[in-house]
Write a protein that binds this ligand. Sequence first.
Ligand code: ADP
Ligand code: MG
Length: 717
Amino acid sequence: MSVNLQTPIDYLKGVGPNRADLLRSELGIHTYQDLINLFPNRYIDRTQYYKINELQRNNAEVQITGKITGFREVAQKRGKRLVADFRDDTGTMELVWFRGQKWIRESLKLNQPYVIFGKTNWFSGKFSMPHPELELLNEHEKNLRSTMQPIYPSTEKLSNKGVSNRVISKIMQNLFLETKGQFSETLPSSLRSNLKLISKSDALFNIHFPKSTNLLSKAQFRLKFEEFFYIQLQLILKNLIHKSKIKGLTFIKVGDYFNTFFKEHLPFDLTNAQKRVLKEIRSDLGSNAQMNRLLQGDVGSGKTIVAFMSMLMGLDNGFQCCLMAPTEILSVQHYNSLQELCKPLNISISILTGSSTTSERREIHKKLENGTLQILVGTHALLEDKVKFQNLGLAIIDEQHRFGVAQRSKLWKKGAEASSQNKKDSEGEKKSFTPPHILVMTATPIPRTLAMSVYGDLDISVIDELPAGRKPIKTVHRYDNNRLKVFRFMREEIAKGRQIYVVYPLIQESEKMDYKDLMDGYDSISREFPMPEYQISIVHGKMKAADKDYEMQRFANGLTQIMVATTVIEVGVNVPNASVMVIESAERFGLSQLHQLRGRVGRGAEQSYCILMTSHKLSEASKTRLETMVRTNDGFEIAEVDLRLRGPGDIMGTQQSGVLNLRIADVVKDKDILNTARNYAKDILKLDPSLGLQEHKMILNTYRQMGKYKNIWNYIS
Ligand code: ADP
Ligand code: MG
């Protein structure tokens, strides 16, 4: 009879109620299945023994054979520690315990050969090992040793309560004994033979008790593939279901607005990338499924015109459209540029923000509801309940990392209000509502591999080409002691009529210090660039919104030459005449933030510059970031480096998607396996979207099980 893997962990030999509680609370292990899926973080070589005189001061984990020659108690600030002298034929070292001293003292035997294992410290001229694992040599020799002993994830509480790595290994052994190591296969044989994957049982055995390095790597490959495969299957299925179940408004025709604009008013030739993306959007809008698309494009790649032309497709089919931006400044800029484009086409457009007056609001509400207002631009204010569209067809969100998923869905419901109102007016019966199409625009590039696994529910378009004739921004790195030269350069640029940003970091934890830096910087720049010859703006997060806007406007209108600011200017501002970006303490910014800031310049016809100022003290990671900035202007390349430096944890969106809740695979290191898994998942679903074929039965069952026992994806530290 086979063992049911959903058996609670309490029933396993060697576990018991206390350990079961610990395993549940610390590692989320409730069942046999959960324990099998606790994969080792790494493996260490337990066939290797060190001599005390071979130890290095590198805190490595080592295994040494020797004898305890005596114990001592040493008083310390709180309580005392127990110290043992440990000796082999090459030298002596100390073993140290801060807890469980009585028990240790009573159970350990003096002058008997022991094997100790643990991390070594170097302290006042001596090596020591705190809380070593200890085993009498003759017992040690009875146990099988492997060159790859697994080290399992653990927590402080677990080790304090004696659930050591050895204990976990032991209960894992018990589990394999009880189940005879036979586990149901989860991947069909065709797939396994195609990819030369070993069986599930072999993979699980070798991940926990590797027989050889070769088998270990085969086990890892098989389990990583499987993990990615089922996540991708889930994401792709979600997307397919979305497309088949969620009806969209069909924009049947390309009409007068679009055609007239395209033929007569387009201010420049579209780049090929812009054309391609417009086609992708057009094809979504013309189908009967709701569009949910992410538009990625580096700063300055021309997303606005794509947004506008998409809205024209909506207007041509009699729908209203809206564009939401995260800040008032950005909304105003969008409004201004869109208004210019709307004029020759006689399109009605308005802006709604926190500072719209009551009468402006009333007017907007009225025109939205009676359908005479065609395009509404604005901030979060668009999400207010009072804002009701007659027939919202397309909602565009700019700079998505400032908005969450919740806001996306709120916009989505704007369509619901509209159509439910229509219903009541007309026939009073209940019709299913059709949500507006959604286009999300972001200038924060996400590496493709990650994007497709993170945004499973969004389709992705990429503008990967800048408009012709753009001069790449020249980026240099300068040390603080070169500041005078930098000032001289700034003066020259201002003399040519250019404007300059000087940006200071603002990091929550050291906010006070940062503001001091900013103010000191402002003082020194004011001295170097005295009035009335020079005018300086300052903008930071502690100012009132109105004051910020006032200063931004002065700079945008060319009334000031220098803008001293914290990162509040990061998002989207467009001042084409600004051609120099000086970033102070650049080592303190993340790569994507540096890239975003640099994107504030290089928007006009002039050569633009970015100057990264730092002190001489630079970490390796800071150096890499600075070198990357100097080397390239390509946002995707920068995103790749960023991903390598930081891991996926900090990349936006990853939290929501499950790609981080991986037990064995790593989106960065294993991205080839990820791609393979995704392609297989795609092919299988293309052939058999409902997984109904006999050969896919195993996949369907596993997939269903995963949903049922959802903590299978639990993240373990
Ligand atoms: P972003 O993608 O950062 O939002 P914008 O849409 O603001 O970029 O475009 C940046 C600038 O490039 C704008 O001044 C815009 O008019 C201009 N632009 C956009 N597309 C083209 C193009 N195909 N050719 C020339 N200039 C363009
Ligand atoms: Mg933009």
